[in-house]
Design a protein around this ligand. Sequence first.
Ligand SMILES: Nc1ncnc2c1ncn2[C@@H]1O[C@H](COP(=O)(O)OP(=O)(O)OP(=O)(O)O)[C@@H](O)[C@H]1O
Length: 325
Amino acid sequence: MIEVINLTKRYGDKKAVDNISFKAEDGEVLGFLGPNGAGKSTTMNILTGYISCTDGKALIDGVDILEDPIKAKKQIGYLPELPPLYMDMIVKEYLYFVYDLKKCKLPKVSHLKDICGLVKIDHVYNRIIKNLSKGYRQRVGLAQALIGNPKVLILDEPTVGLDPKQIIEIRTLIRKLGKNHTVILSSHILSEVQAVCDKIIVINEGKVVANDTEEHLSQKLSGEHKLTAKIQGDKDKIVRAMQGIKGVEKVICDASHKDGVNDIRIEAKEGVDIRRDVFETVVKNGWYMLELKTSELSLEDIFLKLTMGEALPALENTSDKEGND
Ligand SMILES: Nc1ncnc2c1ncn2[C@@H]1O[C@H](COP(=O)(O)OP(=O)(O)OP(=O)(O)O)[C@@H](O)[C@H]1O
């Protein structure tokens, strides 16, 4: 488990990280998102013990990284944006080298064999690293992070520069690793965070501006819960029935088509999920539901709204206040 408590890092007058707190539980993949200069690398560098903080604490599996760095670092596997590889070594030689550097006590041959099986590099075990593709180098980078079986994995932009097939493979691997490790993944790529992470932290100007699941963020930020539906049946009856659903505030029929299909917009009270009731009403009345969509925000919208609200004028009034995490 990773726990960050009121962490601050100052460079002169500038606060690169400003009193942030968050937690990543065991077996959770946490996405760390933010624009350039938001403070992501600074936070990662503090978590990995590379730099110190000005104030606050970072606990890795309950151990303060500043008070007992050796013990804390034993629980961290770190894959920086540029994997720390020695290009002229063969994969096996390199992994043996990292094993020794980490003073790993696990049985060497079987431990490394397990890792290579997990990240699927067995068949390149005796090849020179510089001759491997970028995707395979990244896997070797992940393998070095896994040596010693650390509880926590910190991955900085793990798919940058990979081709689409390699990206999918590495993301699948991260999800798999997330089952047995706490993973923090920093990324600029929103779809990556969406595909891989259980929870998202958005950081902006050194502050945590959101900390939640994508679904919750989307619901919170989109305000009212709005649905659009295509329902085949009698328009007036449909509108009346939808108005009768508990929590519904507004029902509008935008269009009625010749084939009896109606485009219906339904707005419910904030936080009320009416999808099941809408569906049930349609079935009960013998109508046909041809489409049902929520009009929640995409992760792109959320990111823009939280980090540069002015880019979405329609959302200005609801722009997020810091500390809603
Ligand atoms: N050593 C340093 N001295 C002074 N200022 C620094 C130093 N390192 C970082 N900063 C400043 O702290 C702020 C946060 O930087 P940081 O590198 O953590 O951001 P980031 O979110 O990782 O950005 P990027 O995605 O561009 O790497 C920036 O304004 C940066 O200029």
